[in-house]
Ligand binder design. Structure first.
Ligand code: ADP
Ligand code: GLC
Length: 487
């Protein structure tokens, strides 16, 4: 019998994406399907999801719930795959334009506790058998938005003595916890004894993520190194004690890359396709990108790129510090990103000062991100912390050498082009350890040095392009977990 799993998440590629979570939610269920697993997804009815999910039929209707006057559950199909998606229609909670979590001035919505409590709650209704045609054996919650599902599951078990499904909580980013003032507990419809240190309570607040980490049968995160890091105070975000206590149930499963979306040989968004043994197309992509960005069309130095949320996590102030040296040495830089206003302004100012060498596009542009990653020589990911990171994996596949800090999933996926690693044929990029200007500067200098040795550069590029980061390995590891806990 195939294992039936319901992924509960708040964004999913290609319909709604603010970060890597959407890529994972879009790709993992498909890979699980190839393994013979029946994977479905449950998402909130944000406009793009309500509109984008195909062939929707009504599964159930509810009266007022979590501040919504009317709640309906529909079952449909995700475009571009045959993955079945359940979508919660609750216009009072979800029918808001733009970012799924915050308003136009980037303030978190004041009713987020209700918006995402409903998501976890609905997962448990499905586990109880709400859709007579299909009942999940495992609820797989992603990030804090879905993290009340394990709590509602436990509450049901406490009140009925019935265990209807197993639960997995995946941490994509421990820094986002969904913490709310204690008074919201009254709106969550959980048993009173759950507001406890052994439960949802976290320093006097309600923490959605903590509830998931406490109540789920299994906890995963998206790389082995991050699984270790979050057990230490430095990266534990206050939850390291709980994670250490649950170490037997905690594992790191590395994300993959969806080859149907990210593959330079078949990518229709590029000026030209290419593969490791013939990189002529990559040069065409590079020239096209320089023209599009208004950069000087030259090959004197490497073209660096960034495709990123512009936030504290990503360590981009280090790039700002390294920019003068990059320009001085004849390199170029193109940035695509949006986020913190001071970072946006600083990159825009740098581009204004050096228009031939630095180009910046503030915003979110999926198609441009492909042209950038294909056209650049180096992709920078100097993160303060990085649970997995996907853009360095895209860089590897596209022959664009990642320059990364040795942390989290970046440490697990990139091997530094030191002389000995080049000699051993294992180098795939540039890795630095100390999170400061000197650290990144040394890595940037290694990039320039390697660029002067085209033979070695090509060898490192070929090694990276030959790596396999497919979703099948991750899907198999998740299945092993499900088999331990599924009902
Ligand atoms: P995170 O989830 O922390 O943002 P990841 O590296 O896991 O980091 O995933 C980021 C995803 O979002 C990648 O698919 C990346 O290409 C994409 N992305 C980030 N910023 C932009 C942007 N401005 N335009 C297009 N895609 C972006
Ligand atoms: C988070 C992390 C990122 C990871 C992504 C997908 O957004 O910041 O490192 O790749 O989730 O798991």
């Amino acid at each position: 019998m195939p294992m039936r799993v319901l992924h509960i998440c708040s964004e999913i590629y290609p319909l709604l994406k603010t970060g890597g979570l959407a890529d994972v939610a879009g790709a993992l269920p498909i890979a699980q399907g190839r393994l013979g697993c029946e994977a479905r997804v449950l998402v909130p009815g944000f406009p793009r999801l309500r509109e984008g999910i195909l062939e929707q039929t009504l599964v159930a209707e509810f009266g007022p719930r979590f501040g919504a006057q009317a709640v309906r559950l529909y079952r449909g199909v995700l475009p571009g795959s045959d993955i079945v998606a359940y979508v919660i229609d609750a216009p009072d909670l979800y029918d808001r334009p733009g970012n799924p979590y915050a308003d136009a001035s980037n303030h978190a919505y004041p009713d987020n506790h209700q918006r995402f409590a409903l998501l976890g709650w609905m997962g448990v209704r499905l586990a109880e058998g709400l859709d007579h045609a299909w009942r999940p054996q495992v609820l797989h919650s992603h990030d804090w938005h879905a993290a009340l599902a394990p709590a509602y599951l436990k509450a049901l078990e406490q009140s009925t003595g019935r265990r209807v499904a197993g639960s997995v909580q995946t941490i994509h980013n421990l820094a986002y916890q969904g913490n709310f003032p204690s008074h919201v507990f009254g709106y969550l419809d959980l048993p009173a004894n759950f507001f406890d240190i052994n439960g949802i309570e976290f320093h006097g607040q309600c923490s959605f993520l903590k509830a998931g980490l406490y109540f789920a049968d299994k906890i995963t995160t998206v790389s082995p190194t991050y699984a270790h890091e979050i057990q230490q105070p430095e990266q534990g975000c206050g939850l390291d004690g709980l994670l250490r206590a649950r170490v037997r149930d905690l594992s790191g499963i590395l994300n993959g890359v969806d080859d149907t979306v990210w593959n330079p040989a078949t990518d229709t968004l590029l000026a030209a396709g290419y593969e490791a043994r013939d990189l002529a197309g990559k040069l065409a992509c590079r020239t096209a990108l320089q023209r599009e960005a208004g950069l000087a069309v030259q090959q004197d130095g490497p073209l660096f790129c960034i495709v990123s949320r512009l936030t504290e996590q990503k360590g981009l102030h280090l790039v700002l510090a390294a920019l003068p040296e990059i320009v001085r040495r004849g390199g170029q830089m193109m940035v695509l990103g949006s986020g913190d206003a001071p970072l946006e302004a600083a990159f825009a100012a740098a581009a204004g000062a050096h228009p031939q060498s630095i180009a910046v596009r503030i915003g979110y542009d999926e198609q441009l991100s492909h042209r950038l990653i294909a056209g650049a020589d180096v992709i920078l990911v100097p993160s303060r912390f990085e649970p997995c990171g996907l853009t360095q994996l895209y860089g590897l596949k596209y022959g664009t050498l990642p320059l990364v800090r040795k942390v989290g999933g970046l440490a697990d996926t990139v091997v530094d082009a030191s002389l000995e690693n080049i000699g051993d044929g294992v180098a795939t990029g540039f890795v630095f350890e100390s999170f400061d200007d000197t650290g990144i500067d040394a890595a940037v200098r290694r990039a320039f040095a390697l660029y002067q040795r085209p033979g070695d550069w090509k060898a490192v590029q070929a090694r990276g392009m030959g790596q396999r980061f497919d979703w099948d390995a991750a899907a198999a590891q998740y299945l092993t977990l499900y088999q331990q806990i599924g009902t």
